[in-house]
Write a protein that binds this ligand. Sequence first.
Ligand code: SAM
Ligand code: SF4
Length: 331
Amino acid sequence: MQDRYGRKIEYMRVSVTDRCNLRCIYCMPPEGVQSIAHSQILTFDEIERICRIGAGLGISKIKLTGGEPLARKNLPELLGMIKRLKGIEQVTLTTNGIFLKDNINELVSCGMDGVNISIDTLNEEKYCELTRGGRLNSALEGLEAALAFPELHVKVNCVPMDRTDESDWIGLAELARDGRAEVRFIEMMPVGLGKQFRGRSSDEVLGVLERAFGRAEDYSGQLGNGPASYVQFPGFRARIGFISAVSHQFCDSCNRIRLTSTGVLKPCLQYGGGTDIRGLMRSGAEDAQIKTAMRRAIYRKPARHHFADGEAMTEEEKQSLEKSEMSRIGG
Ligand code: SAM
Ligand code: SF4
């Protein structure tokens, strides 16, 4: 369906848990977040129901995220349940990759179409520091396991920031050279702990990569579901993408909504609140009532975020800013 600004909304990011096995410094506090009781988290049946009703509103692509989605037991089963829904064309996963090797066969056999693996550096020590204890090798084993399935669309996502540097970004970009994985650089958004770190802009990273690999050609074809813009370096078989939410706002073409693990439908990452679909479901609402609530939430999606120009926000927008960590919202 279209929202009130005429944007076609067809993509829903579904957070299946607020828990995570890592504690990335810009996403989770060292002690972790206080876990939400299991009873507050949507069950698989509830998630499937919301996706089915969403499909009736034109949602055709689902991304499972978290927290760490593979920290949730039996995740492949949920992925298969969603993939079988009429109208759902694509189900993908965003993961830190640590548990991927152990789950990849089942995920693929349940119909997973693609996987994004978050790795901010290929330097083992730095990775351990940034993730507060994560083992790079496990994430890389996850990546290799995914790459063993040629039909799977595999992307590596990196959030460049002041704790990483040129060598990290160049090392990651090298993964695209042989064409097995796309590599994407995602600007740090001032959400949750992200506010405390200085992200590096896409233009800055592109400059670094051009000095290392030569002039990049813009790639105008459509890749993926969203706002990434892609370039191609000489001799590289896969593209490098940039998601520049802060420096080059793309709200005009935003096609997504988010469902938190507690069943709140959020039309925009920057603002708190949202529509409590779980409450509706658990109070016995019929599908038609839930569909109306979802339609209303999508229709009222805000025009834009104000990551880069907070001073332009209205008082009402300022009051409604999201205060939760990214792991809780479902990044
Ligand atoms: N645990 C999974 C993972 O790391 O891929 C899925 C959830 S995680 C919140 C999803 C993505 O959000 C990761 O790539 C992470 O780097 C990114 N992220 C977290 N905080 C962010 C922020 N403030 N700005 C931009 N991206 C952020
Ligand atoms: Fe966990 Fe992903 Fe957040 Fe890192 S970015 S703490 S892996 S949810």
